[in-house]
Design a protein around this ligand. Structure first.
Ligand code: SAJ
Length: 426
């Protein structure tokens, strides 16, 4: 089938490329002329493992092209952002705008699939928008006769850094507006997904996606709460979690400086917003994870103040390990707070950043590499568990004062306590 992917971001572009690789002709739509031009040159505007080669290949073979103008297709895949506003209310306007864009070219037999993380009921809103714009079409769920088009919700669930692998290997839940819609969408995904594809209704699929990320957020909140408790008790939280996870039915995730990115820290709010009275746990977990950032700032500040001449290296700015994505990053938040307070005493090591983000301008902070940090800085604050940091052997950091928010160096002899003092753990 001819496929049109609406939105060429972190999900849309890899999805378009993978579909194109399976042999379908894909048109990618984006609102940015720059993005469209970049892709049509066979280049990419985002970083993701192996994506550059794949896009270059499918563009060269004429299987993928990008445009700002919609064209008729057989399958439409919508992968646009669904942000939230200041009150944590989800904003589905990009989804509805995508529906308005494709509605004029829809024809009998077409399949429309929404992949964007969305509050429950969004796929029905999308359906209603199409129905409003195309009164000539028989719309699923709104007609007793065989509908002209099919509409389904199928959330992406790929992990940044492993997108291409997970796009093909993960199981998918496919929620149809009607069972027939689900079957039509299933036939499409079967073409390029190796994982199992399970069909359900659209609302259940929408909720499933939100639940997956809320589950992870709650589990990380539990770990973050434990880290603060263990710290106060003088215990090594990593050791405690490692041991607890040896129980066959316990699987606690890792504490860190907070939860970042644009999914885990966002999606739980969609559930809370839909049922504010009934979600004390999910809401509290969000609060615990946000609080952890402030806790880390306070602890790092106490440490830096307690050693007035020492140079300090913050290791990492990314929102998680081994990626160059700095959006909603707790590491970046902590480092920028320290930068503002201590200026040139702070240096930043971030191998995934060509230069420091804008908020570090005029703070006096410098960007150095890990070797310089190990040579020049007496205090190391680990904010991201990049592999390049993890592999530093004990011999090169044994004399450092380390605040390791990610637990990458379990053999570190001296770590920082709650009050900024140091203690031996080994
Ligand atoms: N984090 C911890 N401790 C952990 C795991 C993660 O502090 O044990 C932190 C990370 O450092 C990061 C944040 O949580 O700041 C989120 O990272 P992540 O790796 O958990 O997730 P994302 O945001 O990269 O991707 C998630 C994935 N969801 C789940 O694993 C349930 C991915 O599969 C989804 O497709 C993606 O959200 C999405 O787009 O929704």
């Amino acid at each position: 089938p001819a496929v049109c992917v609406v939105g060429l971001g972190y999900i849309g572009l890899p999805t378009a490329a993978v579909i194109a690789r399976s042999g379908s002709k894909v048109l990618g739509l984006d609102v940015s002329q720059k993005v469209v031009d970049t892709i049509n040159r066979g280049e990419i505007h985002i970083e993701e493992v192996d994506l550059d080669g794949l896009v270059q290949g499918v563009v060269a073979r004429g299987l993928l092209s990008a445009s700002m103008e919609v064209a008729p297709a057989d399958v439409f895949v919508i992968a646009v952002p669904t942000p939230f506003d200041k009150e944590h209310a989800p904003d589905v306007s990009y989804v509805l705008a995508a529906a308005r864009t494709i509605a004029p070219v829809l024809k009998n037999g077409d399949v429309v699939i929404l992949e964007s993380t969305s509050p429950v009921g969004t796929t029905e809103q999308l359906r209603d928008m199409i129905a409003e714009m195309r009164p000539d079409l028989k719309i699923p769920g709104l007609t007793r006769e065989t509908p002209d088009i099919s509409i389904a919700y199928c959330p992406e669930r790929v992990l940044p850094g492993r997108i291409l692998e997970e796009l093909t290997n993960n199981d998918r839940s496919i929620g149809g507006i009607t069972p027939r819609c689900a079957r039509k969408a299933l036939a499409f995904y079967k073409r390029f997904v190796r994982g199992e594809c399970v069909t359900t209704d659209a609302r259940s699929a929408e909720m499933t996606k939100l639940v997956e990320n809320a589950y992870r957020d709650v589990n990380i909140a539990f770990a973050n709460e434990l880290s603060i408790v263990a710290d106060r008790m003088g215990l090594d939280v990593w050791e405690v979690i490692r041991l607890a996870n040896r129980h066959p039915r316990v699987n606690i995730l890792s504490p860190g400086p907070g939860v970042g990115g644009h999914c885990i820290a966002v999606d739980p709010w969609f559930i809370v917003h839909g049922a504010p009275e009934d979600t004390p746990l999910i809401r509290t977990a969000r609060g615990v994870n946000d609080h952890k950032m402030h806790h880390v700032v306070a602890k790092a500040e106490a440490l830096v103040e307690a050693h007035p001449v020492a140079k300090v290296a913050c290791l990492g700015l990314a929102f998680k390990a081994n990626i160059d994505d700095f959006r909603e990053s707790p590491a970046r938040f902590v480092a920028s707070r320290l930068a503002r307070k201590f200026g040139e005493r702070i240096a930043i090591v971030e191998p995934y950043a060509a230069e420091l983000p804008i908020e570090f301008t005029d703070t006096g902070v410098t960007q150095i590499d890990i070797d310089e940090a190990l040579e020049d800085c007496a205090i190391l604050i680990v904010l991201v568990d990049h592999d390049v940091f993890r592999v530093v052997p004990l011999a090169e950091r044994a004399d450092k004062l380390v605040y390791d928010t990610r637990g990458i160096w379990p053999d570190q002899p001296r770590v920082v306590r709650e009050d900024g003092a140091t203690m031996a753990l080994t």
